[in-house]
Design a protein around this ligand. Structure first.
Ligand SMILES: [Zn+2]
Length: 230
C-alpha cells in the first residue's frame, strides 16, 4: 500500500511535510518542492503568438505545457501541492519584472496583476483561487505592483476541460464579469495572469470584460502555453 500527499488531504499541509519526504512535484525526485531540472523549465519566458488571438498586447509564456511542466501545474492547481506557491510565485515575479524591463509597459507604478478567474465550484473544490494566490505571492517581490482580484466567471460558464476550440469560445463568450467593488480606477494598466493558454478564450474574454469598464490589458502572462502557435 502506498501513500501520496492526497492520502493526507484532511491533514494540515505543514504536518504532511513532516509525514512525507519532500519530493519534486514535476518528477518525484526527493529533496525539494521543485528540483533544479524541473524548475529550469519555468525559466523559458518568450512571447507567443496564438493564431486566433490578438497581436497586441503581447502574450508571454513561462513554459510549454507538456511533461514535467504539465505535471507540476496540475499538482499545484488540482492536487495537494500548495508548497508550489512559493517557487511558481517567484517565477511569476521574475517574469513580470522581465516584461516591465522590456519597455512594453510604461506606467509601471500603477500596474495591477489580475488573475483569470476560475468557476466558483472549482475554487471551492480546490480550497483557494490558485492564480490569485500566485499573483499575491509575486506582488510581494514587485514594488509598486499590486493584485486586483476583480474578475469572476458567470455561473452559466461550464467546466471547459475536454471542450474543443469552438465550444470553448462559445462557453466563455460574455462569461467573464467584473467585480465592481474591486476594480481599479479606469485607465489603470493591467497585466493579466492565466495558468494554461489553450485556445485563448479565457484571455480574450478577460480582456474584453476589463476593456468594457475602461481598464486596458497591457500585457498577458501565462504559466504555460498549450496552443498551436503561428
Ligand atoms: Zn523535478
Amino acid at each position: 500500500m502506498s501513500f501520496d500527499r492526497r492520502s493526507f488531504s484532511v491533514v494540515p499541509a505543514g504536518l504532511v511535510d513532516l509525514l512525507l519526504p519532500l519530493r519534486c512535484a514535476g518528477c518525484g525526485l526527493a529533496g525539494s518542492v521543485l528540483c533544479a531540472e524541473c524548475d529550469r523549465r519555468f525559466r523559458e519566458l518568450r512571447v507567443i503568438r496564438p493564431p486566433a488571438l490578438f497581436r497586441e498586447p503581447p502574450i508571454h509564456a513561462l513554459a510549454r505545457y507538456r511533461g514535467r511542466v504539465r505535471t507540476t501545474l496540475l499538482a499545484y492547481k488540482e492536487g495537494a501541492r500548495r508548497d508550489l506557491e512559493r517557487p511558481l510565485g517567484e517565477h511569476v515575479a521574475t517574469a513580470v519584472r522581465a516584461v516591465l524591463a522590456s519597455g512594453s509597459i510604461h506606467e509601471t507604478d500603477s500596474l495591477r496583476l489580475v488573475a483569470a478567474p476560475s468557476r466558483d465550484a472549482a475554487v471551492r473544490r480546490r480550497g483557494r483561487a490558485h492564480l490569485t494566490r500566485l499573483a499575491r505571492r509575486a506582488e510581494r517581490r514587485l514594488p509598486g505592483v499590486r493584485t486586483a482580484d476583480c474578475l469572476r466567471l458567470s455561473p452559466r460558464v461550464r467546466e471547459s476541460v475536454g471542450l474543443g476550440s469552438g465550444p470553448r469560445f462559445e462557453n466563455l463568450r460574455g462569461g467573464v464579469l467584473p467585480r465592481p467593488g474591486r476594480l481599479p480606477p479606469p485607465g489603470t494598466p493591467v497585466l493579466l495572469l492565466d495558468d494554461v493558454l489553450t485556445t485563448g478564450a479565457t484571455v480574450l474574454n478577460c480582456r474584453r470584460a476589463l476593456s468594457e469598464v475602461g481598464i486596458p490589458v497591457v500585457a498577458v502572462l501565462v504559466l504555460a502555453s498549450a496552443c498551436r502557435e503561428s
